[in-house]
Write a protein of this length. Structure first.
Lengths: 656, 380
């Protein structure tokens, strides 16, 4: 009976999805080969050359909060269709946007965290407060959205309300999306020009019915400019010249519109290898009127785009033209030495190293939990160690690949610091497990890894920008980045790990676990002490290296900058802990409470000082980070309070 | 005598105690934390002076309640004493403690280096347009009143009064200066640490002090009294004034100017070219580079200063610090601003860091192996 019920339910769900999907316009089916060609097409963005696939992934992540999206239109109002409907990869979504904007505008890709934002635009909100909207749904409120965003931008970022920040974010996302969907419009719609005498003298075969391809026009743009200037000279005396100028002006307005719509993707490597900036169609339009600044080959690339768009109806032709375009662009990029790592980057993102390591770490966490239920099972204990090594290898491989792609040390951005710190914390945990074999270090390693990878994924999704950005001039030194940043992050990682061990100590004491087993607590405390020494060494070394770098870069070893002070706070607290322990001022419990406080200081140094908005490491205020930090500090304070309670209880046993 | 010896012994024990170390470290932590938070409202420069360069600081808790605290200067001096007494002199000596001893010695060297830098280093800036030459650098935050006399044998005598000597001058609390070689007295009636002046000789307008010290342009009202005739002349001096205040005494003309404090360089530098590059399609700077010629007498040498690659020469270090004008177009002439530092203790942090790290490495490696050995023994 039960089985029959579940089968019926599944059939009903499938039917609901199919019916809903049938109501929507079918999204195009992209050939695998074509997808691969587009994925590996190089594009310059944010100062570096990257695969179009990377561009697509971050463009979609920014809008949608995920690297994939659903295609079910919201008009269907079916939550089932939204949950189980057809899924698009980032590159498919991007191609839908540029080649089939009419279809893509129904995809619910605009993630809105609060329906209040939508209500403020005068639009009907979805039932769920947090949901995804399609462009078609938002379009009626578009003007209002930009008006509100402009207004809210006048308020400093730290003073904006959450709704104001979300409105600005949505407006930026809509703007980015519109730039994408308009990108290929020039290839779909030929130029319509009034066939004046001056124009026809340049394009004698022009037919008003067929119009004129942009590339064809641009090839003769200097001649058009000459004609225009000649007409301008005669305009005061010749009425027909004035009419000709008006016709040209209308043409220029059309061109201006195309230029405005085609600045999103710098797809064309300049033939002149000394020129660093790749060209967008907009750049080619502007340069075409200035002889010598654009080559026929570059205009040829624009023409290739037109051909690709026009062959959309014929799959074989389309594939062939895409292949041609890919070959031409990649050859140019190769000549410039800018294509070497594109394939590796596509493979890196395809590997999903960090997402997979996150999933594996969660499985390991469950395994560790099970291993505590059967403490005498040595096989399971060893299997857990081996199991946790798998995601760690994935994580380290991902970090190494990023280093190769960027030709940089492992941690040069805030995002990368999370990955590196997590990896180091797990490595320290594995080493500690090797030394102690009590499964405590291993368990904590799994917990820290899950939290670390969750943070990394959340941070990446929230930022929604390429996590391999170009480096500012001051950071353009692999020697100091490697020395200072990596060592201080090892200090952070082990500082957190020491704090985590201290949590175990306090909670075990609180709940009376292993009561009377002093060796357990002594071993735990010694582990905390050992890790703290390790953390102190690297935090101190990292801080000193940072000072030496500052002395080399700015001529002062120490400048009391907030980030420097954050690192100093860690070192000072660790020194205070070590001296207090040596002097007998604190014992096991006091040392554990202090280690919990250490974790709070590390969080302040790593993230907190960045929010102050002053100094060398100011990344601007973000509500999300502040909220997460506040929660973390509240939890740590609570654990320290619990530790203090135990201390008071032990000090005055008669009162309890 | 034995009483003095007992007091000295007690004092030594106090300064060598781990308890004092813990208290000093905690106070330094508190001060560092408060100083970091205060930078949001008061800026780095002000906080550095109040919290980290002082003996005592009056911190306003919640912006209202005054709480006296020892400044970092005092804390670090006591910490140095503590490291010397407790970490080196009193510490147990032996192979097992060798790492700790080396580490403490390194920390002491670092603190001494910090003191020498604080006390004896000078720093400033020099801004040059392409083609310009400089043989001096200017302070970012220190000003002086320069009184320049008439030229004698082609050389003019200049008397300089540091702004610190008249910084407190207010209406009713004027500061007067005189010298045997100057035929007049100068009285600073009122000093404004940050001011504007709409036109020459116009009244000064006091404006709030900027967090960025280089942005503060002081001004002041002065009265000059001729020693012989007793006649007086009043005037305004402003840091950005186009021309000096001229004072005529005994048929000689003297010039008074409020200017940034300047230090001579033992060589000249000429900026040949300044290059600023961005990552393509972005506003992210990729390169700042100053191509210079260093001139000493008749010898000239081309040198280059980049980010992270300063020029070190004859005890001076020149760094790429900034550029301008901020709103320059693609074909506008740019200037390069170089930070100039003369620090006799420049290399001490590097050497001290090496010593500290070596000491810590030795100590913690010995500890780690002892721990691993104990763990292995416990298992077997």
């Amino acid at each position: 009976m039960n089985t029959r019920f579940w089968i019926l339910l599944c059939v009903a769900m499938a039917a609901a999805v199919m019916v809903t999907a049938a109501q929507a316009v079918e999204p195009p089916v992209w050939d695998k080969e074509v997808l691969n060609l587009f994925k590996t097409l190089p594009v310059q963005e944010g100062g570096r050359v990257k695969p179009l696939d990377t561009y697509a992934q971050f463009a979609l992540l920014r809008l949608n909060g995920k690297r994939t999206c659903r295609t079910a239109p919201e008009t269907s109002s079916s939550p089932l269709a939204r949950m189980f409907g057809p899924k698009r990869s980032a590159i498919e979504w991007l191609l839908d946007c540029v080649f089939f904007p009419e279809i893509a505008q129904d995809y619910p890709v605009f993630s809105v965290n609060s329906s209040e934002v939508v209500v403020a635009l005068g639009l009907p909100p979805h039932a769920a407060k947090r949901d995804r909207y399609s462009y078609r749904e938002l379009q009626p409120g578009r003007d209002k959205l930009f008006e509100l965003a402009r207004l809210y931008l006048e308020t400093p970022a730290a003073n904006r309300t959450v709704i104001q920040a979300q409105t600005i974010n949505l407006a930026e996302n809509v703007h980015h999306y519109e730039n994408l969907v308009r990108y290929m419009a020039f290839a779909r719609t030929p130029l319509k020009v009034e066939p004046t005498e001056a124009f026809l003298s340049v394009f004698p075969e022009y037919s008003p019915e067929q119009g004129l391809a942009l590339s064809a026009f641009l090839r003769k743009a200097p001649e058009i400019k000459e004609k225009y200037l000649a007409l301008k000279d005669r305009a005061e005396t010749d009425t027909s010249a004035a009419q000709g100028i008006e016709a040209f002006s209308r043409l220029f307005v059309q061109l201006d519109g195309i230029r405005d719509a085609t600045g999103a993707l710098a797809l064309f490597p300049p033939v002149e290898t000394k020129e660093k900036q790749w060209l967008t169609p907009a750049d080619i339009i502007v340069r075409a009127f200035d002889p010598g600044t654009v080559t026929a080959e570059e205009i040829g690339l624009l023409q290739k785009i037109e051909v690709v768009v026009q062959s959309l109806g014929n799959p074989d032709e389309f594939r062939r033209h895409v292949q041609d375009l890919h070959t031409q662009i990649t050859n140019l990029a190769r000549q410039r030495g800018e294509y070497g790592k594109v394939g590796l980057e596509v493979a890196f993102y395809k590997g999903k190293f960090f997402y997979r390591s996150f999933i594996f770490y969660m499985i390991c966490f469950v395994l560790v939990a099970i291993s505590w239920l059967v403490p005498r099972n040595r096989t399971l204990a060893w299997f857990t160690v081996v199991a946790i090594s798998v995601p760690t290898i994935l994580l380290v491989t991902g970090i190494v690949l990023r280093c190769i792609i960027r030709s940089r040390p492992p941690a040069t951005t805030l995002y990368e610091t999370i990955l590196f710190t997590t990896a180091m914390a797990v490595v320290v945990a594995l080493f500690m497990e090797y030394a102690t074999r009590q499964r405590i270090a291993l368990s904590l390693g799994a917990v820290i890894a899950v939290i670390g990878m969750l943070l990394a994924n959340k941070y990446e999704a929230r930022e929604g920008t390429d996590t391999m950005p170009s480096m500012v001039a001051i950071l353009d030194t692999n020697f100091w980045l490697t020395g200072h940043v990596t060592t201080i992050l090892i200090g952070y990682a082990s500082g957190f790990f020491a704090g985590a061990l201290a949590h175990v100590y306090i909670l075990c004491r609180l709940f009376g676990l292993k009561k009377g087993d002093d060796t357990f607590y002594t071993a735990l405390s010694r582990m905390t002490y050992g890790i703290l020494c390790f953390s102190f060494f690297f935090a101190f070394l990292g801080t000193l290296l940072g000072g030496i770098w500052a002395n080399e870069a700015w001529g002062r070893f120490w400048g009391w900058d907030p980030k420097e002070n954050g690192a100093l706070l860690i070192v000072l607290w660790q020194l205070a802990m070590l001296h207090a322990r040596v002097g007998g001022h604190i014992r096991e419990l006091g040392f554990s409470i202090a280690a919990v406080f250490l974790a709070s200081i590390v969080a302040f140094s790593w993230w907190g000082v960045n929010l102050l908005g002053v100094g060398l490491h100011s990344y601007g205020f973000t509500h999300g980070t502040m909220t997460s930090l506040t929660i973390f500090w509240a939890i740590e304070t609570f654990v320290m309070f619990l530790g203090a309670l135990i201390w008071m209880k032990e000090k005055n046993p008669e009162r309890t | 005598m034995s009483r003095i010896a007992a007091i000295a012994k007690h004092a030594f024990r106090f300064f060598a105690s781990s308890g004092l170390a813990v208290v000093l470290l905690l106070l330094l932590m508190l001060l560092t934390f408060l100083g970091t938070i205060q930078q949001v409202d008061h800026g780095l420069y002000e906080v550095q002076k109040r919290y980290f360069g002082s003996i005592f600081v009056l911190h306003r808790f919640l912006g209202v309640i005054p709480v006296p605290l020892p400044g970092a200067y005092l804390l670090l001096a006591l910490a140095s004493l503590n490291v010397l007494c407790g970490g080196i002199v009193r510490a147990r000596k032996g192979w097992r403690q060798i790492g700790v001893l080396i580490g403490h010695a390194g920390i002491l060297a670092l603190l001494v280096g910090g003191y020498l830098t604080f006390r004896y280093s000078i720093s400033g800036i020099v801004s040059l347009y392409e083609g310009e030459t400089a043989d001096a650098f200017l302070s970012n935050d220190s000003w002086e009143l320069a009184i320049t006399g008439p030229s004698q044998n082609g050389r003019a005598i200049q008397h300089v009064i540091p702004a610190d000597d008249f910084r407190t001058a207010r209406t009713g609390d004027a500061k007067t200066f005189f010298s045997a070689s100057i035929p007049f007295e100068v009285t600073v009636e009122e000093f404004l640490p940050n001011a504007q002046q709409a036109a020459e000789n116009a009244p000064l307008i006091s404006i709030p002090i900027s967090k960025e010290p280089s942005e503060n342009i002081p001004g002041m009202y002065v009265t000059v009294k001729d020693k012989t005739s007793g006649s007086t002349q009043q005037g305004t001096l402003w840091g950005m004034a186009g021309s000096p205040m001229n004072v005529t005494s005994a048929e000689t003309v003297w010039r008074l100017r409020l200017q940034r404090r300047a230090w001579p360089l033992p060589f000249k530098i000429r900026l040949n070219k300044f290059t600023r590059e961005l990552h393509p399609g972005t506003n992210i700077p990729s390169v700042f580079r100053s191509d210079l010629t260093r001139i000493e007498g008749t010898s000239e040498q081309d040198v280059q200063i980049l980010m992270n690659e300063p020029l070190r020469y004859r005890g001076y270090a020149l760094y790429q610090a900034s550029w301008g004008p901020a709103n320059a177009g693609p074909h506008d002439r740019l200037f390069s601003t170089l930070a100039v530092v003369r620090n006799p203790a420049d290399k001490i942090p590097l050497y001290a860091s090496c010593v500290i790290c070596f000491g810590l490495f030795v100590h913690f490696t010995m500890k780690l192996f002892a721990y691993l050995k104990a763990q292995h023994k416990a298992r077997t």
